[in-house]
Design a protein around this ligand. Structure first.
Ligand SMILES: Cc1cc2nc3c(=O)[nH]c(=O)nc-3n(C[C@H](O)[C@H](O)[C@H](O)COP(=O)(O)OP(=O)(O)OC[C@H]3O[C@@H](n4cnc5c(N)ncnc54)[C@H](O)[C@@H]3O)c2cc1C
Length: 392
């Protein structure tokens, strides 16, 4: 078994590193935004991603007929890991969830309208699955789509819609059949800037914004139904496997672990270097070993997904569960090891690790919820990998 990258893959990483060095800008790259650094929410970040698109890197894995390069999934992984390691915006919803679903299931009209714009980074999307009574169990969504002439009329509420306050389009799951739980959900593409859509900000404990979205009598033409009516839940489930992997990158874990190791290496407490404290040494060793496990679980997902077919569900869940729980533990260990000073706010220069432990501590909790909670990942592994009975 070979866990090393090929010469060609390493050369690609060098190209990306060079490109990122040339575009180094604190308004684009900010590791203190933690996992939310991935969203493309400012004009500067949009312009940067458009340049990433000009390199041909946005559609690196897309088929050539849609403007892609038909590259192996490992290149998208390598690109995203480089971007994430610097706290930069990443390939996410547009290329991954929306683009890949449209390529497989979208009409020619939707492909022609959206795919070129995604590759040039000219459009941002928000994803609306969760509702007040439908989070882990997304198939319980109630937002109602009622047949009206040559389209559908939408009414209801979504919650936790990240990016809705700056995105142009809403990738929205709605109930087209109240009597069929899974087969009664359809995916729609809806412009966000229109009467009938109200967006209200919700701030997370990680300082970043997500949103409630209220939909009041919004008409959507049949042309903007994604794929087949009633197949929405199937498309959502496939895309969620990708989301679980692409949105929770490994590089930030490595970056925070390096920060902690450097802190331990250079700090003396009560006259004793921290690096000589046996308890601290044990804790660091455990974190380093676990980080390697997370890295390899990620590589295993990449290797499995390159075999073709549907994204490997249990591999995505194993990676998401292990990596995000490790992130949380790493933050907790950083707080413990650095002591009371670690409670100082992020960007406090005199705080241990300039306050990173504090922001990571708050933020990593969120990572174990978004994209499906840790309990949900455990259920998926229990059912699909171990064949255990369903609990809901
Ligand atoms: C920062 C952030 C951004 C998000 N962005 C988006 C977005 O852009 N679009 C979107 O659609 N959603 C988004 N979400 C929503 C996210 O997907 C949901 O929060 C998540 O699926 C959990 O749903 P819930 O919050 O309703 O919790 P619930 O489903 O109510 O769960 C509550 C608790 O019960 C546990 N639980 C639930 N069911 C089971 C079960 N069967 N077995 C064991 N335990 C269970 C859960 O693990 C959790 O601990 C975001 C969430 C966050 C925090």
């Amino acid at each position: 078994m070979d866990f090393e990258f090929s010469d060609e893959q390493q050369a690609f990483v060098k190209d990306v590193e060079r490109f990122l060095d040339e575009h180094d800008d604190p308004d684009i790259f900010d590791v203190t935004r933690e996992n939310m650094a991935q969203i493309v929410d400012t004009p500067k970040r949009r312009a940067f991603m458009a340049e990433v698109g000009e390199q041909g890197w946005l559609g690196i894995t897309w088929p050539k007929e849609y403007g892609g390069q038909e590259g192996e999934g490992v290149y998208e992984y390598l690109l995203n890991e480089q971007l994430a390691g610097r706290g930069g915006p990443q390939i996410g919803k547009g290329v991954g969830i929306i683009g890949k679903t449209l390529i497989h299931h979208g009409s020619e009209k939707l492909k022609a309208e959206f795919l070129p714009k995604i590759l040039r980074n000219e459009v941002e999307f928000a994803v609306g699955y969760s509702e007040p009574d439908a989070g882990s169990d997304a198939a319980s969504m109630k937002l109602k789509a009622t047949r009206d002439g040559d389209g559908w009329r939408l009414n209801g509420q979504k919650v936790w819609t990240t990016s809705a306050h700056f995105a142009e389009w809403y990738w929205l799951g709605a109930r087209t059949d109240p009597d069929d739980k899974h087969g009664g959900i359809t995916l729609f593409l809806v412009p966000l800037d229109q009467p009938g859509i109200t967006i209200k900000g919700m701030w997370t404990m990680g300082d970043e914004r997500t949103n409630e979205v209220f939909i009041d009598d919004v008409f959507v033409h049949d042309d903007y139904v994604v794929g087949e009516v009633g197949k929405g839940f199937q498309y959502i489930s496939q895309a969620l496997d990708l989301e679980r992997f692409t949105m929770f990158t490994f590089s930030p874990i490595k970056q925070r672990l390096d920060l902690l190791v450097e802190y331990v290496r250079t700090t003396v407490r009560d006259g004793v270097p921290l690096k000589d404290d046996p308890v601290v040494r044990q804790r660091i060793a455990r974190l380093v070993a676990d980080a390697e496990t997370a890295r390899v679980l990620g590589l295993r997902f990449v290797a499995e997904s390159m075999k073709g077919g549907a994204p490997p569900t249990t591999h995505a869940s194993e990676y998401k569960l292990f990596a995000t729980e490790l992130s949380k533990r790493l933050a907790s260990e950083s707080m413990d090891i650095a002591g009371p000073g670690s409670a100082l706010r992020v960007r406090t220069e005199e705080a241990p690790m300039a306050g990173r432990a504090e922001s990571t501590y708050r933020y990593t909790v969120i990572d174990t919820i978004g994209g499906g909670t840790s309990e949900v990942q455990k259920n998926i592994i229990a059912r699909r990998k171990l064949g255990l009975p369903k609990n809901f």
